[in-house]
Every structure is written in structure tokens, then in C-alpha cells.
Write a protein that binds this ligand. Structure first.
Ligand code: ADP
Ligand code: MG
Length: 236
């Protein structure tokens, strides 16, 4: 069955988040400490151990990196940008990766202007997170539809629809919980970070999914100038 969620309503507090980060970082740190202790006591660290240590370090780096996106000082510098160009940039960035996975991006930009007030890099990060999830959900390849449409007169909607494995119903309510991942090497931070960024842009994010059919994520953002057509009727 299909389920719909307005996720920006369910956000964790900073305290919960900090506890989660501490927990997620402590695990790899414990592993690293164990191996160093082993080296100290037995002098028997081999290449396999070092490989594990490196991948644990990479994991810490990945987790810290995802949080830095939220904490960057320029995060508050909102500028007037056209969402068509921001999304277009991200699509070009990921195009070759998609191609390698036998995935085709199909774009439908049904708007004439998409001026919004935003922090460009943060918004790019959201589109990267969502497109990566879509790519990762389609191991056999397929198409990802990316559309821009007006919603009402004052908002733009951005939707990303994949033909991937989908999300089981009992998992949908957990999306956006920090560190909730269905992947072996996932961080479970992409959706949470994206929701926070969209919320700080006064937008909303909805996720619908059907197992073995696909997933659609729809973001709405306020436009700076409402849609220019139809023109306002002159007062007489
Ligand atoms: P990560 O990708 O690191 O696991 P995310 O927060 O980006 O973390 O996603 C959390 C989980 O939600 C994923 O692990 C995956 O199980 C599920 N998910 C997210 N997007 C999709 C999608 N487009 N199709 C299928 N599953 C998805
Ligand atoms: Mg992800």
C-alpha cells in the first residue's frame, strides 16, 4: 500500500541528534582503539587490520562531513537564485554516475522562472542526497524523472521519481530519523539533513513509495515572485 508523509513536521531535537552522533562516532573509535592496543601489545597489525582502520576513519569523516553541511557559517547567507539552474547543475554533476549505472535522467522543467531565496550549496546538497538515493535504489538501472512545476501561484514543486526498489511501509515513518539506514554502508543522514535544509527554506518535503515500483520525493519551496502569469487584473 502507498503511504504519504509530511516529514518536515517530525524533526529531532539537537540533543537527540548530538547523542546519535556521539554513538555513531564512538563505535568506529572503539574499533580503532582496539587495533592500536593490539599493535602495542603484540606488534601484529597486518594489512587487513590497517584496511579496517582506514575504513572506520572514513566513516567518521563521512558522518562529520554530513553534519558540517548543517553547521557551515555561510549557511545563513540566502541569495536570490533560479531553482532551474541549481537543479540543472546537480543533474550535470551526477549524470555520468547515473550513466554508469544504466540510469537515465528525464527532466521536465515546466516553469518559466524559478526565483527563490536560498543558500545555493545547501539546496544542491539536498538534490544530491535525493538523486543519490534514487540511483542507489535502482541497481538494474532505469529512469529517474525530475520535474519542476508551479504549485498554486506562489510555490514551485520539485519532484524526483525513481523506478527503484521502493521503501517498505514500516520503514517510511523512520525516514529522517538520524542514522536510520537500509544500506550496508549508508550513514542514514541524507534525508534528515535534507529535511532540515528544506525546513530552513520554508519548504516542505513529502516521500511516497511503493515496494518494487519506486519512490517519489516532492519538495515545495516558496517562489520569490509569485508566478507572473496570469497577470493581475487592473483595478478600475
Ligand atoms: P543513506 O542513504 O545513507 O542510507 P538516507 O537518509 O539518504 O541515508 O536514506 C535512508 C534510507 O531510506 C536508505 O538507506 C534507504 O533504505 C531508504 N531510501 C531513501 N531514499 C530511497 C529511495 N529513493 N528508494 C528506496 N529507498 C530509499
Ligand atoms: Mg542517502
Amino acid at each position: 500500500m502507498e503511504e504519504l508523509l509530511r516529514r518536515s513536521e517530525k524533526l529531532t531535537t539537537v540533543g537527540q541528534l548530538a547523542a546519535g552522533v556521539a554513538h555513531e562516532i564512538r563505535n568506529p573509535l572503539t574499533t580503532l582503539r582496539g587495533f592500536l592496543q593490539l599493535q602495542l601489545e603484540t606488534n601484529k597489525l597486518n594489512t587487513k587490520h590497517v584496511d579496517i582502520m582506514l575504513s572506520e576513519l572514513d566513516r567518521i569523516n563521512l558522518i562529520v562531513g554530513e553534519f558540517l553541511i548543517l553547521a557551515k557559517p555561510q549557511a545563513t547567507r540566502f541569495e536570490e537564485k533560479d531553482v532551474r539552474f541549481i537543479l540543472g547543475d546537480v543533474i550535470s554533476l551526477l549524470d555520468s554516475q547515473a550513466h554508469l549505472c544504466d540510469i537515465e535522467f528525464l527532466t521536465h522543467f515546466n516553469i518559466e522562472t524559478g526565483l527563490i531565496s536560498c543558500e545555493e550549496n545547501q539546496l544542491k546538497q539536498v538534490f544530491i542526497n535525493l538523486l543519490k538515493n534514487a540511483i542507489e535504489a535502482m541497481p538494474e538501472g532505469g529512469q529517474i524523472q525530475i520535474s519542476l512545476d508551479y504549485k498554486g501561484s506562489g510555490e514551485v514543486s520539485i519532484s524526483i521519481v525513481d523506478q527503484g526498489i521502493g521503501i517498505p511501509e514500516d520503514m517510511i515513518s523512520k525516514l529522517g530519523d538520524p542514522f536510520f539506514t537500509g544500506k550496508d554502508s549508508g550513514t542514514g543522514l541524507g534525508i534528515m539533513v535534507s529535511q532540515r535544509i528544506i525546513q530552513s527554506h520554508q519548504g516542505t518535503m513529502e516521500i511516497r513509495s511503493k515496494v518494487n515500483v519506486g519512490t517519489s520525493v516532492t519538495i515545495t519551496l516558496p517562489l520569490l515572485q509569485g508566478r507572473s502569469d496570469p497577470p493581475p487584473r487592473p483595478l478600475r
